[in-house]
Ligand binder design. Sequence first.
Ligand SMILES: C[S@@+](CC[C@H](N)C(=O)[O-])C[C@H]1O[C@@H](n2cnc3c(N)ncnc32)[C@H](O)[C@@H]1O
Length: 260
Amino acid sequence: MKLKIYISRAYLLIVHILKIDFYIDSKTLEIKKKLMKEIAIDKKKKIFSFSKSLKQSNQVIETIELGKGSTITHLRKRKVCDIAKNSSVNKKIGKIIHNLSKFNNAKNILEIGTSLGISTVYLSTASSCSKVTTLEGCENTSNIALNNFNRFSIDNINLIKGDFSFTLDEVLEKTESFDLIFFDGNHSKIDTLNYFNKCLKKINSKSIFVFDDISWSIEMKSAWNQIIKNDMVTLSFSFFRLGVLFFKKDLKNKNYNFLQ
Ligand SMILES: C[S@@+](CC[C@H](N)C(=O)[O-])C[C@H]1O[C@@H](n2cnc3c(N)ncnc32)[C@H](O)[C@@H]1O
């Protein structure tokens, strides 16, 4: 009996330390296991060489900082390696978005915020049948991403340059629905909610929305807390720094089989 109490306490402590703040039942643990699965070696090699080439680049580019409400706040000279190290998904987050895309069998993917394309490559390598549309407002940063997609022969990515306040509407208008949308652009509350509400019009039964940096600021925490209350969301969980949303109706009955 005492051992059982110790085990359950240790389990709760681990859950707390890892900041896994959703109720863990066996089905959810199953999902978690799938999301933490290693990426196939050939794909991993490609992703790592792509990101290594950026992390080793001392090229300096002038970047445009797009702030709240998409206003250009300032221009900044930055080394490509610094952008790659500081503004891109890390290996763990990359693996999770890759696996979400893989297990959802996502064909039509949208990414809001390309930067140098590291997360885009994690998404695009999940399935060769998938098509990733990715949006980026900084011309010089997106040119580096485009060059690297070509260099590594990654041809299922369509990068659209321009401010989200124009490009997002254009893309959504042209597309019937997206199976997965990765929100990793402007981290202000008002814009995050705005992009979420626009994208909601383009969901299908298996769509998944993934938000990066949901605990990054008070604004992002508040945006996330508002988003998960939306009636169309049937399941939500936070996973490390990611917030994940599902819309499949039968999830209300805790049916997670769609991830198999
Ligand atoms: C955090 S970075 C994306 C990182 C990328 N997803 C990765 O993990 O490799 C966010 C990107 O969104 C772009 N961005 C921010 N606000 C924007 C806006 N309003 N319109 C277009 N691009 C924007 C920035 O230029 C930046 O490159």
